[in-house]
Design a protein around this ligand. Structure first.
Ligand code: NAD
Ligand code: WQD
Length: 348
């Protein structure tokens, strides 16, 4: 089956491309490389080549807001008699901070980009989409762990664009054609890297997220990790998150595509997390122990916009999908460190 992966060169996209190729899917990636590097997908192919397996990814360098580019892409594969049957839609911007500073950019790329994509998909009768939503859409006052029907109340523009796209997808589903198959995957905190150490997260500039920050402190690129707050109402006073190995997340996308294929029409929201909470101090401690490294830390004030605890109730995903997360925190720390050691400057 031919699948279009938007934003496939990025962190989660590249790992998902690997998982798709492993499962025999034919893939095309469209990526503007605004937050990624050409090397990521080259490395994905190289992982197969090293095992004497020939795999190929068609790559279109382009912006999903460009309807002509998307149209030409869908037309090309239709004319080849091998049309695009489904889309996994990662392309978008993801920095909470940047979205506060530049909301118009976020609404344009994330929302207008998605509308353009949906319009072209509809034109070419491609009506299966797996969308990268986020746990950031849930309100902070929710009960834990978070079920998919928990209150939606994002507190930043980035989160609001994700809610808007989910809403647009819902309206599209309920429109007269009613033939869409849609999955909104609400990711929790993906970390780690492929076990080969060949692909991983390669943030541009100083990382915003904790895991690449930790690996860069361990490698001596950054001096120390600032822990945002030590007075949260948790057992050790630091925030709790539901970390999930990026390869588990990647495999969740394939399981979702397979799930959607069982239906004529379907819309579903699924939390992709492990359902387990880890505090900042626990994460640092595990990373130090399993990799035998030291992470210098210092407590600082709480970060604006942070919430205390975010944990997924993943029961729905576990029951619908032929999937469960298999890799634990130790594996996330081992694989993430391997990636950092083999690629001190990421893909640069
Ligand atoms: P990423 O930035 O590494 O990947 C996004 C990719 O999209 C990049 O390769 C980028 O170049 C590309 N892109 C951006 N705008 C584009 C455009 N207009 N046209 C074409 N390509 C474009 O991010 P990621 O961590 O891999 O996240 C992928 C998706 O998952 C995003 O939509 C993000 O919002 C969502 N998400 C990520 C996390 C996380 O913690 N990483 C959590 C929840 C949701
Ligand atoms: C994790 C924990 C911080 C950095 C963000 C987005 C969310 C989603 C995932 C896309 C928190 C603490 C962090 C540091 C720290 N992305 N921390 N020092 O905030 O849970 O979620 O990424 O959808 O939308 O908001 O992830 O990795 O930034 O932080 O102490 O230098 O680590 O306070 O408790 P977060 P994170």
């Amino acid at each position: 089956m031919r699948v279009l992966v938007t934003g496939g060169a990025g962190f989660i996209g590249s790992h998902t491309c690997l998982a798709l190729l492993e499962k025999g899917y034919e893939i095309i990636v469209i990526d503007s490389y605004i937050n990624s590097h050409k090397r990521s997908l080259k490395r994905v192919v190289e992982i197969f080549t090293r095992n004497n397996i020939v795999k190929h990814i068609d790559i279109e360098v382009g912006d999903i807001r460009d309807e002509k580019v998307l149209d030409k892409l869908f037309l090309r594969y239709k004319d080849l008699g091998n049309p695009i049957k489904a889309v996994i839609h990662f392309a978008g911007r993801k920095s909470v901070k940047e979205s506060v500073l530049n909301p118009l950019l976020y609404w344009d790329i994330n929302v207008n980009g998605s509308i353009t994509l949906l319009r072209v998909m509809d034109k070419y009768n491609c009506r299966t989409i797996v969308f990268s939503s986020s746990a950031t859409i849930y309100g902070v006052s929710n009960c834990l762990p978070l079920k998919e029907n928990a209150k939606i109340k994002p507190i930043n523009p980035y989160g609001r664009t994700k809610v808007a796209i989910e809403q647009i997808l819902s309206d599209t589903f309920h429109s007269h054609t009613n033939k869409w198959k849609i999955a909104n995957l609400r990711y929790f905190n993906p970390i780690g890297a492929h076990s080969s150490g060949m692909i991983g997260e390669s943030p541009i500039g100083i990382p915003n997220n904790i895991f690449p920050y930790i690996t860069q402190v361990a490698a001596g690129v950054l001096d120390e990790l600032k822990i945002f707050g030590k007075d949260w109402p948790t057992s050790d006073g630091t925030c709790i998150r539901d970390y999930i190995h990026v390869m588990d997340l990647a495999e969740g996308h394939i399981a979702t595509l397979e799930y959607l294929n069982n239906f004529e029409k379907k819309i579903v929201n699924l939390n992709l997390g492990r359902g387990l909470g880890t505090s900042v101090l626990e994460l640092v401690d595990t990373f130090e122990k399993v990799n035998n490294v030291k992470i210098s830390t210092n407590f600082s004030n709480r970060r604006i916009g942070d919430c205390c605890t975010l944990i997924a109730d993943n029961c729905l995903a576990l029951s619908c999908l032929n999937w469960s997360p298999k890799r634990d925190l130790v594996k996330m720390c081992l694989d993430g460190w391997k990636w950092q050691l083999l690629n001190p400057d990421g893909y640069q």
